[in-house]
Design a protein around this ligand. Structure first.
Ligand code: NIG
Ligand code: FE
Length: 411
């Protein structure tokens, strides 16, 4: 029998999604709650979770075992952030100020600011600088309980800078305890090119073959001022040949065919959905394409909210993520996203928890590996310094963890 190397004992409770993702409809809110509870860990895996006396009897801690006192606290799975732009240089603090005075995000983009200003800063810096910044951002995420995160490229646009970003993400991933899932993002056409179509051909022929060696997924921003359906379809057909999972930024400002295209190509997710109407929500709900909701971005840009209740009730695979990036969501906190989901999207605390654990793991192709406290799962566990797990969403901006265990190691 495996030796217990870390023992979290006498917790008020241990809470976890009841099953692995994808969770849909009513099962999104099904939690497995052990109260009181202890958790036994061996190496980087969870051995057991359950009644303290049972876990103690079956997996007694040896002399070398690290013990965590769980009295008055609750354990929950390490969070999974399935949509981030963690790698970039510069900031958009000035743009934030301009938006506070009424400028719109899309106007700034059309005028060559916005995403394009982060592109300029990212092109200028070295790979070392980029890797250091990404590592710093991963550290911020860890502090807020994220233990697995996606990281997108997309601030290079040209091949060399996109590859510099993907290498920097890989290097930062080696220097952080966080598990990182890299995504190549075709973000917006480089204005050096005649049109979006010409730029898309460049992406497919010049960047994708190299990027596919470093990325697990391919994402594209389908929106006015960026890419339209014909380019996105071409891109997805090419990316699929490399075995990449397909993701999409869609329906952020306008509905222009993101959902039908995602269903057509068998995408893993459509992310944003602030502009999605009833019909789109129902189409998505009937499909196996996940709906990744980003309420911190909607708040940051003062956008309408995505139709979360319709999506959940119609049976969509709903996930939550931060969209951490310098322009539309400078927010690395998934607990804050869970609070927003409860307060603004009217998702229950239980639905919010599953949406950024089990379902986010599904979006990253990591179901059965992370996102639950269950035997055999990676030992990514948060010990919340509160007597009730709902505090993670209820305590607004108050994500206080008494302990964080990443791959079986106490951080
Ligand atoms: O998910 N919408 C497009 N892309 C990002 C924002 C990137 C930026 O503003 O730098 C998003 O919101
Ligand atoms: Fe994004």
């Amino acid at each position: 029998m495996s030796e217990t190397t870390l023992f979290i004992h006498d917790l008020e409770a241990a809470v976890s999604p009841a099953r692995s993702g994808p969770l849909r409809g009513k099962s999104l809110g099904d939690l497995e709650v052990h109260s009181p509870a202890s958790v036994a860990i061996s190496g980087d895996r969870i051995l057991a979770v359950g009644k303290p006396e049972d876990v103690l009897r079956e997996h007694p801690p040896g002399p070398e075992c690290v013990s965590v006192d769980g009295r008055g606290k609750v354990a929950m799975p390490g969070l999974v952030d399935c949509h981030t732009h963690a790698c970039f240089l510069g900031d958009r603090a000035r743009e934030f100020e301009l938006r506070s005075a009424g400028a719109s995000y899309e106007e700034l983009h059309a005028a060559g600011g916005g995403i394009l200003s982060t592109v300029s800063a990212t092109r200028e810096g070295s790979e070392d600088e980029l890797a250091a910044v990404a590592e710093r951002h991963f550290g911020w995420m860890l502090e807020h309980g994220t233990m697995t995160a996606e990281a997108k490229s997309g601030y290079g646009l040209d091949r060399d800078t996109e590859m510099k970003m993907l290498r920097a993400i890989a290097r930062a991933a080696e220097n952080t305890p966080l598990d990182v899932s890299p995504t190549f993002l075709a973000h917006t056409p480089d204005r050096e090119f005649e049109d979006a179509g010409a730029y898309t051909e460049y992406v497919i022929n010049e960047i994708l073959p190299e990027a596919a060696k470093h990325a697990r997924a391919a994402d594209i921003f389908l929106e006015r001022g960026s890419f339209e359906v014909p380019e996105a379809r071409r891109y997805f057909e090419a990316a699929r040949e490399y075995g990449l999972a397909l993701r999409m930024h869609g329906d952020q400002f306008t509905e222009r065919g993101a959902i039908p295209l995602a269903v057509e190509v068998g995408a893993k997710s459509v992310d944003h959905l602030e502009a999605t109407g009833d019909e789109g929500a129902k189409t998505l709900a009937k499909s196996d394409v996940a709906a990744v909701l980003l309420p911190a971005c909607a708040l940051f840009l003062d956008l309408p909210l995505p139709p979360a209740r319709t999506l959940v009730e119609e049976g969509a695979i709903v996930a939550l993520a931060t969209d951490f990036n310098p322009g539309s969501s400078f927010c690395e906190s998934l607990p804050l996203v869970m609070s927003l989901a409860c307060m603004r999207l009217k998702m229950s605390p239980a639905e919010s928890l599953s949406a950024c654990t089990a379902n986010a793991a599904h979006v990253l192709g990591m179901s059965g590996e992370v996102g639950r406290i269950s035997p055999g799962y990676r030992a990514d566990i948060l010990v919340l310094d509160a007597p009730d797990w709902r505090y993670v969403a209820y305590h607004l901006g108050g994500d206080r963890f008494a302990a964080r265990v990443k791959s079986g190691e106490l951080l």
